[in-house]
Design a binder for this molecule. Structure first.
Ligand code: GLU
Length: 550
């Protein structure tokens, strides 16, 4: 037995499989030309940043061909930060936004696919097998340094002005003899397993990043930790093992990982595997007092995915907005293909911003308005009800008590060539429909300045005389016009414009009086449809009430 073989057995007596066994268990995937394997790999910390969702969307967009794979892996190696229902929340969130992966974790205890387990906490033996292999090859060793020893190393390096870290002559456990290692292991001293770096800081790694282009960095020289004292891997080691065994072709992740790229490239090399392609995404930025900065979990509510859920932004609107951040030509594509499936958009890594897309809530609002304006009344109703069920019980009760009334209201000026764009999010719906429900209605409006109270009262009285609930739109409008002249208004707007002094106002002012009296607003969808939905009793009550207030 060589020293390395002896050490590997001492460290990992329970590991009997070899990397070759796993190679066989997880064969190369059968992919056609151009197919990609991507993954979303969140940590279950209970908080989903919009940046995570953005990166998940990129995974989804990149895996576009039918035999491409987009899987979900849960990176739960940090048990201290784990939140108990985070996995369910991640899955619910992804499916609510329509970007649920097709392979991997499907629930707290469930998964599908032939490359699992997809939860890192269930892969301990796999990581240890590969760590054992590195020990056998002399590329890894146990480190018995305590926290105190490591912090005094840091202090000494600071004093000396040396680069911090565990490397070269500072790597105290790198050169322990086989006997020293054995003695310490047998004495039960806790240890981590570190990489024995073969890097040379004068040499460079070169990576052709899918988004950032050519990245050149000095090789890694640090003996970084691969397995922590509890035998659980660090992110770096798990990444190399998992993305190899799960046959990931493209690793899409935040660019905070670029600094670790030399280590990752080195790990793939020492393990004997070809690294995947990398696509490092820049963080989403925001303009703050004219300066660009990262969206911050602490300062910006819109950094959290839960913000969009709570505000009731339509899932499709949020995703379409993120697509404009991903590839700015998405907007033109959307204009040219208004009804096409968004996933048929020809996404390109190369068109992504390498410096960070700028978040613009006004543009998000515009896109959401547009998305909602194109929905049917049934869709708006269903989405509003499911949002309200969780976030607005009053609206939920009103809508579910009389679904057909709610849908009639929502259908006003909808499914027309130029639908109105009043609703940005489901939380706007209550305000939008409030005058249709007596319990929400509170008319505090006053008359526009150009109409005096006496004239308005006369309009109200005259209108009550001609009101008939069954009038169609043309008959109704004919009646409004007929009201004009006897009251000193003109039915003809052009005529009014030519000679405004001759009239109290025009037909638009007459309908404004009715509109304001019945809805409390000067701008509403089609007034005839509103009056028809409200019905005679409610219309009259409101006209009377308004009249008594002015
Ligand atoms: N669990 C890592 C994170 O949440 C994933 C990074 C990656 O995608 O590789 O940052």
């Amino acid at each position: 037995m060589t020293d390395n073989e002896r050490l590997a057995e001492l460290l990992f007596p329970h590991i009997t499989k070899t990397p070759a066994d796993y190679e066989e268990m997880y064969p190369l995937r059968n992919l056609s030309e151009g197919a990609k394997v991507t993954r979303f790999a969140p940590s279950p910390t209970g908080y989903m940043h919009i940046g995570n969702m953005f990166s998940c969307l990129i995974d989804r967009l990149a895996a576009a061909t039918p035999d491409s794979v987009f899987y979900l892996r849960i990176e739960d190696t940090d048990k201290k930060r784990e939140v108990h229902d985070a996995i369910d929340k991640i899955i619910e969130g992804l499916s609510a936004f329509g970007i649920a992966p097709t392979e991997g974790i499907t629930g707290k205890e469930t998964e599908k696919g032939a490359y699992g387990p997809y939860k890192q906490s269930h892969r301990k033996d796999i990581y240890q097998c590969f760590a054992k292999d590195l020990v056998l090859k002399g590329y890894a060793y146990p480190c018995f340094c305590t926290e105190e020893e490591l912090s005094s190393l840091r202090e000494n390096q600071e004093k000396e002005g040396a680069n911090p870290g565990y490397y070269g002559k500072y790597a105290a456990c790198r050169n322990l003899t086989a006997d020293e290692q054995e003695e310490k292991i047998k004495a039960g001293i806790p240890y981590t397993v570190r990489l024995r770096s073969d890097g040379d800081e004068n040499k460079k790694i070169i990576v052709e990043d899918q988004i950032k282009g050519k990245i050149e960095m000095p090789e890694n020289v640090q003996d970084l930790v691969l397995l922590k004292t509890d035998g659980i891997p660090t992110y770096h080691f798990a990444h190399a093992v998992d993305d190899h065994l799960m046959r990931t072709t493209h690793v899409v992740r935040g660019d905070e990982w670029i600094s670790s790229l030399p280590l990752h490239i080195q790990l793939f090399k020492l393990l004997g595997y070809k690294p995947p392609k990398f696509a490092h995404i820049s963080p989403i930025m925001k303009l703050d007092d004219g300066n660009k900065r990262k969206l911050s979990k602490r300062k910006d509510p819109e950094a959290s995915v839960s913000f969009y859920v709570e505000q009731g932004f339509p899932a499709d609107g949020v995703i379409e907005y993120l697509m404009t951040l991903a590839n700015s030509n998405f907007e033109d594509w959307r204009k040219a293909n208004p009804t096409a499936d968004k996933y048929s958009f020809p996404f390109s890594f190369k068109k992504m911003s390498s410096s960070g897309a700028l978040f613009d809530i006004l543009k998000l609002n515009d896109i959401c308005k547009n998305v909602i304006s194109l929905m049917s009344a049934q869709e708006v109703y269903d989405n509003t009800v499911s949002w309200a069920k969780e976030f607005d019980s009053e609206l939920y009760e009103l809508f579910t008590a009389d679904p057909s009334y709610a849908k009639t209201i929502l259908n006003i000026d909808r499914e027309t060539p130029k639908p109105r764009k009043d609703i940005i999010s489901w939380s706007d719906v209550k305000g939008y429909v409030s005058y249709f429900y007596d319990s929400l209605y509170n008319n505090e409006a006053s008359l526009p300045e150009n109409i005096n109270a006496e004239d308005a009262k006369a309009v109200i009285d005259a209108y009550k005389n001609v009101f008939a609930e069954t009038d169609d739109k043309d008959t109704w409008f004919g009646k409004i016009k007929e009201l004009c002249e006897p009251l000193g208004f003109t039915p003809n707007v052009k005529e009014y414009k030519k000679n405004p002094e001759a009239f109290k106002g025009h037909v638009g002012d007459v309908s404004t009086v009715i509109r304001v009296a019945v809805t409390g607003r000067t701008n509403t969808p089609d007034l005839h449809a509103i009056l028809a939905s409200l019905g005679k009793e409610r219309v009259f009550a409101r006209l009377d009430e308004f009249k008594s207030k002015i």
